[in-house]
Design a protein around this ligand. Structure first.
Ligand SMILES: Cc1cc2nc3c(=O)[nH]c(=O)nc-3n(C[C@H](O)[C@H](O)[C@H](O)COP(=O)(O)O)c2cc1C
Length: 200
């Protein structure tokens, strides 16, 4: 059996923040299940926001020469992604949003160049989304889930599972919740198994 290839994307500016700690657990679970996991810490990358120049119209590849070029190849090579972002003003962090917007190049490839019908959904990848917010509101994750769904869609990725935690604010708050950390570990493991076709 081929090793499942998973891309783990750290979207928080905090290195030891709540989403990072959860993602580390998921990565560990996925590795333990046999996955090959590449980790990307967005705050360490030099990545311009999308400039809306549509240089991608010719080939589907973004023409801005920065760290996104490597990420683009990693996005195409993976079979699964674990994306972790805190809620900032009811959406993903700016770091995460920059990555999403740069993937407009993949949207252009899919819908303008390859002319995939808009209503055709065929998923070749699985995505796990992890998020936390400080407040307790019922609708805290609603907008973000739309954003994530349409971002994953561009990658032919189904929203395979989400782990959403309220009432976590200060760095390390999640450490008071070993059950959340365990859930993230298990989800990473399950994702690897689901990609490998073992279960999920
Ligand atoms: C710029 C900014 C915007 C935020 N906006 C929200 C928000 O809209 N709703 C909320 O519940 N928490 C909000 N928070 C709190 C974070 O979601 C919370 O601190 C979270 O635990 C941070 O996750 P991290 O440790 O992974 O970075 C915001 C924090 C920052 C810095």
């Amino acid at each position: 059996m081929q090793m499942a290839k998973i891309l783990a994307v750290y979207g928080s500016p905090r290195r030891r923040g709540n989403t990072s700690l959860l993602l580390q657990q998921a990565v560990q679970g996925a590795r333990e299940a046999g996955a090959q996991v590449d980790e990307i810490v967005l705050r360490d990358l030099k990545m311009s926001p999308c400039l809306e120049i549509y240089g991608c119209k010719e080939t589907g590849r973004c023409v801005i020469q920065d760290d996104f070029q490597r990420v683009y190849d990693q996005l195409l090579a993976c079979q699964g992604m674990i994306l972790a972002s805190p809620i900032f003003f009811y959406t993903v962090s700016a770091h995460t949003k920059i990555l999403m917007d740069r993937c407009q190049s993949l949207w252009v490839k899919k819908y303008w160049i390859d002319k995939t019908p808009y209503n055709l959904r065929s998923f070749t990848r699985k995505g796990l989304f992890i998020s936390v917010g400080a407040t307790k509101g019922k609708k805290l994750f609603d907008g973000t889930l739309h954003t994530v769904r349409y971002f994953f869609d561009v990658l032919d990725m189904e929203v395979w599972r989400t782990l959403l935690y309220r009432n976590l604010d200060f760095e390390g708050d999640v450490l008071q919740h070993p059950d959340y950390l365990q859930e993230a570990y298990q989800a990473g493991m399950d994702l690897c198994l689901a990609i490998s076709g073992v279960e999920g």
